[in-house]
Design a protein around this ligand. Structure first.
Ligand SMILES: [Zn+2]
Ligand SMILES: [Zn+2]
Length: 550
């Protein structure tokens, strides 16, 4: 009997013991956890199928319509009250079960990556739809992890009449750093006592402290005057000239405006005019300004604003600014992280099968990565390192005790983050086992928080001390601003119809692999080995800041 079977038998025995315990008095947290783990195991196959369905939808930020419909149906059928469209975003939601205190929350995002389309287990670039979006990071693994935990917690809560409320949240458009700031400002976390988040990783662990950079997402729109580009260009005022001069100004600022270790500034031009023979009347440029501290973001933003005004002056155009979103760095609470860590160590790594290891080793070989298979031990609890990525979830962490747990739902070895090669393993048994392990660590942590008032009081005290070490949080999002839910509408519409024939129905009776006709582990033709590593790769320049990618 392996450990998994032992745990399962132990859990089954406690299902019976649980009945006795009710009669004899309150069951211990350890007993409740064993019962909860048995529920997670019972639902694991279903959560795996939901994961694969969300993967197959390939939806990007603010377009997670099918994802949200599936989550809503699943949580409603489990007895939760689900409210979608919260904080002005159709694909944001909040689900509740129970009443009163304590109020324990679970949170995650679920958006994909433009250009991330890729069939699972294929070791070379093999998109469902060339150029289409896909889960080239693995955010599809997040909601099934939350749902596995929330549904198990609900069953245990009902059976043992535990007090309190379960709240599950979904924040869209994480890659646009766009939703959680608005959710925070809408007051959706006001009654939360503790909140736990999950993020795909090749490791199983939890960290605390500052995890990433502060960020602001801003669009500058230039307005000029149109004219015939050849006939009478002197009558025109090119809005694109305004954009180009602004970008040139920002590129000159880079050397002198900040220490490059402390900030990242990048832009795209969503609108640069229509065609060369018409002087562009409208043009816009969209920036992310990311920096170690909110103060430095503000300083760079102020300089960038001066550059925008100056570019407008130089080109006789006008410029307007719209802040789309922004967030402070994610600041995980240490006392809550200690609770989650204890439960991660209790759950342990999933029991990987020989097929899982064979698949991952073939993947790592094909990518030209270090062939290290899958980890067998969770990470030790550690203070985080502040990486250059950002997350809109950051703002929540300045309002309630909050941690992010890294769930082992993919292996190491991808060619890059935000890349099709990161999608290869996130709808496979490796991901499914990582989801079940993540659900168990979450539900066990919830049980601790529901049953030990002193623990929650300690977390609140630690959170107050944590906030006292920093300036007072203030949202970057101006009052009255609305979420930019128009983003990605066109991109998704371009690919939606072509992607539909690859959509997986989790209730079809077939596994996703049966639906796609895939074998596991995949047969690896020798010609595929190392092939993906011939794809262009970013330079391997060492950076002390390289850490988690958001
Ligand atoms: Zn992410
Ligand atoms: Zn990301």
């Amino acid at each position: 009997m392996n450990t998994f079977m032992k745990n399962f038998a132990f859990g089954a025995a406690f299902l019976l013991l649980g009945q006795v315990s009710v009669a004899l008095g309150a069951p211990s947290a350890a007993q409740l956890k064993r019962e909860a783990f048995a529920v997670v195991d019972t639902n694991a196959d279903r959560m795996g199928r939901l994961n694969d369905a969300i993967f197959s939808y390939s939806e990007i930020g603010f377009q997670e319509v099918k994802t949200i419909a599936l989550v809503r149906k699943t949580l409603e059928s489990a007895g939760f009250t689900v409210q979608t469209g919260v904080a002005g975003m159709p694909t944001a939601y909040m689900a509740r079960y129970g009443s009163g205190s304590p109020v324990i929350g679970l949170m995650s995002d679920y958006d994909g990556i433009p250009g991330g389309s890729q069939k699972p287990t294929s070791l070379v670039h093999d998109p469902f739809v060339p150029g289409g979006p896909g889960h080239g990071e693995g955010h599809n693994t997040h909601q099934p992890t939350l749902m596995g935990a929330a549904i198990a917690m609900k069953e245990i809560k009902d059976k043992f009449r535990l007090p309190g409320t379960i709240v599950v949240y979904g924040g869209p458009a994480e890659e646009l750093v766009a939703s959680r700031g608005y959710m925070t400002n809408a007051g959706l976390f006001k009654d939360i006592d503790a909140l736990m988040d999950v993020h795909v990783s090749d490791k199983f662990g939890v960290t605390y402290g500052l995890n990433n950079f502060a960020n602001v997402s801003v669009q500058w729109s230039f307005k000029g005057a149109t004219a015939h580009s050849a006939g009478n260009p002197w009558r025109g005022r090119s809005a694109l000239d305004g954009v180009e001069l602004m970008d040139a100004g920002v590129n000159a600022m880079r050397e002198h405006g900040y220490n490059p270790d402390d900030a990242r500034v990048h832009y795209v031009i969503p609108d640069g005019g229509k065609q060369p023979n018409v002087v562009p009347e409208q043009a816009s440029v969209w920036y992310y300004i990311r920096a170690k501290s909110p103060e430095l973001v503000q300083q760079i933003l102020d300089w960038t604003r001066e550059i925008a005004q100056s570019a407008a002056t130089e080109t006789h155009t006008q410029v307007t600014e719209r802040i789309l979103a922004g967030a402070w760095p994610f600041n995980g609470n240490e006392a809550l992280a200690r609770v989650v860590d204890k439960n991660i160590q209790l759950v342990g790594m999933p029991k990987w099968s020989a097929d899982d290891v064979a698949f991952v080793r073939a993947y790592q070989t094909s990518m030209g990565a270090k062939v290290e298979g899958l980890p067998t031990k969770p990470e030790a609890l550690a203070a985080d390192r502040q990486g250059s990525s950002t997350s809109d979830a950051g703002d929540i962490s300045w309002n309630v005790p909050y941690v992010r747990m890294w769930i082992p739902t993919r292996s190491s070895g991808a060619l890059a983050g935000h890349h099709w090669s990161s999608a290869i393993g996130v709808a496979t048994p490796v991901a499914h086992k990582g989801i079940a392990a993540g659900s168990k660590a979450l539900v066990a942590s919830m049980i601790d928080l529901y049953t030990d008032p002193a623990l929650l009081a300690g977390i609140k005290k630690d959170f107050a001390a944590q906030l006292a070490r920093y300036p007072k949080w203030k949202s970057f999002i101006p009052a009255g601003a609305t979420p930019p839910t128009y983003l990605n509408v066109e991109e998704m519409a371009t690919y939606r119809a072509a992607l539909e024939k690859f959509e997986y129905d989790p209730e079809s009776g077939k596994t996703y692999f049966e639906f796609l006709g895939l074998k596991y582990p995949p047969a690896v033709p020798s010609s595929a080995l190392g092939k993906a590593s011939n794809e262009p790769k970013p330079d391997k320049t060492a950076s002390s800041l390289e850490w988690h990618w958001e």
